[in-house]
Design a protein around this ligand. Sequence first.
Ligand SMILES: C[S@@+](CC[C@H](N)C(=O)[O-])C[C@H]1O[C@@H](n2cnc3c(N)ncnc32)[C@H](O)[C@@H]1O
Length: 295
Amino acid sequence: MDIHCRPQNNSFPTYDKITGPYSTKPYLQHFRPIKCFPTKSPVIMSLLVVSLPMVVIVTVRYGADLLAFCRQLFNQAVKLTRGHPTVSIDKTHAFVFSNCTHGQVDSVLETFHLYSDSHPSLCIGQEKGEFLDEVMSNAAPRLVLELGMHCGYSSVRILRLLGPAGRLLAVEQDPETADKGEEIILVAGFKHPQFQVLTCPSAVAIAGLQAHMGDAQGLDLILMDHDVEQYLPDLLALEKWGVLSPGCVLLVNGIFCTEARPFLEHIQARPLCYTQRRQLQGLMELTWNRASDVC
Ligand SMILES: C[S@@+](CC[C@H](N)C(=O)[O-])C[C@H]1O[C@@H](n2cnc3c(N)ncnc32)[C@H](O)[C@@H]1O
């Protein structure tokens, strides 16, 4: 294919609709045809024919990954240039509410991911979310307590893996955040008998927990993702009120924070009561061995 380059004397030609660009006779002398694609070469042509299917296969197979990678790079660059803006519950809620498909739980989670790709977010996110999924699938809990509901991301993850008899008690101390989180849970398609939002500080929720447990014998899984300084007092209160069922799984986020040290010292000093299991990026899985008399 031949193309024409700009005229040397900068007197750029007008576009002639009938004969096409740069082809009217008076201007022809200004242009020097250049061969930009030697299509007549059989070697190049056969290379093209051979490589084209490979390009198509690679694009189909890895196109989404490549796109996601490029998007992440772009978002990181945007974050760097913008500095460190603060987390906005209103913006998180508005984005998820107006961009997800209502009633489709996967769409709600994907929209959260999309938002946190380019905005600061407090949600545990996809990687830890998948870890939470695994723990949920293994434990098959009946009653789950979530401390720190925020905008409902982890609540939605938990609810979608609960069995038909399963229930979630989600605690959030900030009333506005609790309303927004609850709305997102409803948008994801969950109904009120499946979950209850307790709008109060964790200590208050734990003290009154028995009233919300229904016919459940105890808590089977607890996600702690609220105030790290509150982890130990809340664990002690849970022990005191006797609401942990034998084998109860604790998923505790932010375990590397210095504020989490008293909590870690407590469980490490009681190896008969607590078994430390897996850990991912500061999200630690523990089990409570109530069977032991010492606990
Ligand atoms: C890190 S966010 C939770 C994120 C959530 N787990 C998720 O992945 O979507 C922490 C939330 O805990 C709440 N919070 C902090 N201290 C609390 C407390 N003592 N009791 C109840 N909620 C608390 C905050 O208001 C905030 O919304």
